[in-house]
Design a protein around this ligand. Structure first.
Ligand code: AMP
Length: 430
């Protein structure tokens, strides 16, 4: 029979690597809490319409990467509906914001999420069809200050703190403003006009995007197209005074906090809902990501709530590619030292198994990490297993049970000591 495998583009995360995933998530929770964020968990699937409206029909994500299916009604009289595995989480969060009337509090909502997202992309290192994002959104009615440049800078400063606390080295913040919802269409028109006479000489992708989504032309990586793209109009020249001032305030606040950034006029990002501030954090070559060097991205989306039928609710958010963050940490830190258990208990003979489990219970309740062997193991096998799994080993034979004096072998020190059972937990903890 053919063996069954995980589906292409998906993967299993196994110990000990999952310990690193947990450390990353625990750090995110701890850092985000210090900035007043609370966790939101939205469903993994939503109506297809949410993403079509929220992310944009013209985007690569919606036009070709979504896992969509026609969900049957339960009875013949029930209408079916088109559902989709979430390709990103911002649309779901904004839907929840509207659905639960979170605007009514009048306060700024600061929400973070951690979870899998799904896109049918061509799998490669750092690009999967099920991948994980750690993201956050700050949104609310304008009178809560949700459109203030202060919030953009606060989110960026939080990301810098998060990456620094995790120990990510050499990250680079690229920053741009794509203007308001009126600046952007003016720019797109100018871009279309400038592309019309030159697009025939560009790559196939650019030719298509020049028609469907001209902003995406700026993302093109083809060497031959770069000179043409550099000569195209720049968004900075199409910003109105309010957007220009907003961007200046974001930069001034980042300067005040000592967060380094590089203004990158071509950074427009793929999703339709972005307005004003957009940003991306990358890591240097050799950080384990190959060509997929974007660690995280985000931006402001002042019109998204209204696009989804909600009240006006300016906001800003980001999504970190957790898979890529893990690859980076692994590459930058080298193979993380495997964490061993505190102790391995080796019962001598099956008759000692129950007592071994009782001793393990005692030590585990005292906060120690413990593995128990099995009385049918030969002593040599117990030693081998203990050496692989734990830093120390306790042999539990008839004499030890009777006397209450246990022998603890420390593998690193190569020493053996006798310890009364009543002092065991304290000694092992020391
Ligand atoms: P986006 O939602 O497209 O703005 O992406 C935000 C971040 O998610 C990116 O910077 C990547 O780190 C990560 N990401 C996006 N797509 C994938 C994917 N297919 N596999 C792994 N990570 C991804």
């Amino acid at each position: 029979m053919a063996t069954l495998k995980a589906v292409r583009g998906t993967r299993d995360l196994l110990p000990p690597e999952t310990a690193l995933w947990n450390r990353v998530e625990a750090t995110a929770r701890a850092v985000f809490a210090r900035y007043g964020f609370g966790e939101i968990r939205t469903p993994i699937f939503e109506t297809t319409e949410l993403f079509a409206r929220g992310v944009g029909e013209e985007t690569d994500i919606v036009s070709k990467e979504m896992y969509t299916w026609e969900d049957r009604g339960r009875a013949d009289s029930d209408k079916g509906q088109s559902l989709t595995l979430r390709p990103e989480n911002t649309a779901g969060v904004v839907r929840a914001y509207i659905e639960h009337g979170l605007a009514d509090s009048g306060l700024l909502q600061k929400l973070f999420y951690i979870g899998p997202q799904f896109r049918r992309e061509r799998p490669q290192r750092g690009r999967y069809r099920q991948f994980w994002q750690i993201g956050a959104e700050v949104l609310g009615p304008a009178w809560s200050g949700s459109d203030s440049a202060l919030r953009d800078a606060e989110v960026l400063e939080m990301l810098a703190t998060f990456l620094d606390e995790l120990g990510v080295k050499g990250w680079r913040l690229a920053l741009n403003s794509v203007g308001s919802s009126t600046d952007r269409p003016r720019y797109v028109e100018a871009l279309k006009a400038a592309l019309a006479p030159v697009k025939a000489g560009m790559c196939e992708n650019c030719q298509r995007r020049a028609e469907t989504n001209p902003l995406r032309v700026l993302d093109c990586k083809e060497a031959e197209d770069q000179a043409t793209i550099d000569a195209l109009p720049k968004i900075a020249d199409y910003l109105d005074d309010a957007s220009r001032e907003h961007f200046a305030l974001v930069k001034a606040a980042l300067d005040a906090c000592g967060v380094a950034y590089v203004v990158e006029p071509r950074l427009v990002r793929g999703l339709d809902y972005y307005t004003r501030t957009t940003f991306e954090f990358t890591v240097p070559d050799g950080s384990g990501l190959g060509t997929q060097n974007a660690l995280l991205g985000g931006g402001r989306y002042d019109g998204l709530s209204e696009m989804l039928g909600g009240p006006k609710a300016p906001g800003i958010g980001f999504a970190i590619g957790e898979d890529r963050l893990i690859l980076t940490l692994q590459a930058q830190a080298g193979e993380a030292a495997e964490k061993k258990l505190d102790v391995f208990i080796a019962p001598m003979g099956v008759a000692r198994n129950a007592e071994a489990l009782r001793l393990a219970q005692e030590l585990r309740r005292a906060g120690l990490s413990v593995e128990v062997g099995d009385g049918f193991f030969r002593l040599k096998k117990s030693f081998e297993a203990a050496d692989k799994l734990a830093r120390r080993m306790i042999i539990l034979g008839e004499d030890e049970v009777a006397s209450g004096i246990l022998t603890v072998k420390d593998f690193a020190a190569g020493e053996q000591t006798k310890v009364p059972r009543s002092e065991l937990a304290a000694v092992l903890r020391g």
